[in-house]
Design a protein around this ligand. Sequence first.
Ligand code: B12
Ligand code: SF4
Ligand code: SF4
Length: 331
Amino acid sequence: MNIKNNIIDYANKIGVPYIGFTDTTFSKKFINNLKNRRNENKLSGFEEEDELKRVDIESLLNGAKTIVSIALPYKYKDQNYIEPYFSKYTMGEDYHRILTSKLNLIKSYIEDNFNEKCIFFCDTGVVSDKEIARKSGLGFVGKNTNIITKNHGSYVFLGEIITTLEIEPCNAKESLCGSCDKCIKACPAKAIDETGIDGKRCLSYITQKKDDLTLEEMERLGNRIFGCDTCQDVCPHNKEVSTSNIDEFKPLEHSMNINLEELLFMSNKEFKIKYGRQALAWRGKFIVQRNAIIAAGNSRNKKYIEVLKKKKDDIRLQNYIDIAIEKINQC
Ligand code: B12
Ligand code: SF4
Ligand code: SF4
């Protein structure tokens, strides 16, 4: 068996179904695309803004020759969209932790067996996880801007190992979107077009935004408490996808059946215990409670009136509560 197949074999053995390899160079097209998004003020602010830093792999690891890209599937169930809900990516355990443990194992495997250097990233690095996954042939980039894999659609998390080991690159996959534009039409925020995404318009970003939300932003959020799945849910490549077999991504009970009263009245310590293991915890309790209040108002469900009224003594949330109660009372 050659080096590449050895690594693929090992990755599959530790529960990584998608793995691909690419070199450390990036196309002018990609760099220009990042530059254009920056110039048009369409970056979200969560990514590295300097496109040249994003493609300078040598500065991250001296002598880097290959990037190994991996993807882990996370979809278990669809949510009940009639009630306030969390998006799929944040209903189970924090993907950073799960990806990190797999990336670490593959890193050690390469270091121990081939005596080469490695570093890894998942989400928080300067590099573009999606462009690396695309180049490595893990899937194609859909118009919703996500990487779409064969068996699990776009419901996958991405991470990568940069290594000094030379491995033959895989071929990138061509887009299978064709003339479809379901995601563009379905986006409630009109955040995507044929050229990409406006990060600051995206509702996933709005649910993480710390600044005060405008009335329009609040209304657009609908029943979403954290994240948005609309442009993925409507995608034909996400219909009848395989369920994830990674136990840690199974939706936690309190994320599937949200108890608004419990969520609104928990202490910081209780929040840490209950939600601390999930990806949504990074923005803190206030943001999740704010969004839950907005979602309760947008659901227009009278059953939330009492609990919202009880919370009225919280100064920072008062405006959001007043608006939510008014929306429900209007029905
Ligand atoms: C910033 C960020 C966001 C921002 C901006 C989203 C975005 N699409 O850029 C916000 C907060 C909105 C967000 C939302 C979400 N995110 Co996010 N996010 C990131 C982050 C940190 C950086 C992404 C980035 O650099 N964006 C800037 C754009 C311009 O660059 P890019 O998308 O990386 O590059 C694309 C373009 O350049 C294009 N491209 C390349 N060449 C060319 C040439 C031409 C001509 C054109 C038109 C395009 C083009 O292809 C590239 C690949 O898509 C990455 C992690 C990471 N470090 O990479 C996660 C990441 C992209 N997010 C992820 C996820 C899961 C989500 C959500 C689904 C979460 C949710 N349910 O709410 C949503 C999806 C929203 C959407 N439709 O994209 C996953 C995506 C997994 C996948 N299957 O692709 C990532 C990779 C995290 C991870 N490690 O798993 N996210
Ligand atoms: S995640 Fe939601 S708001 Fe963001 S682009 Fe997709 S549909 Fe639009
Ligand atoms: S909904 Fe259609 S256009 Fe959007 S990513 Fe899926 S296939 Fe591509």
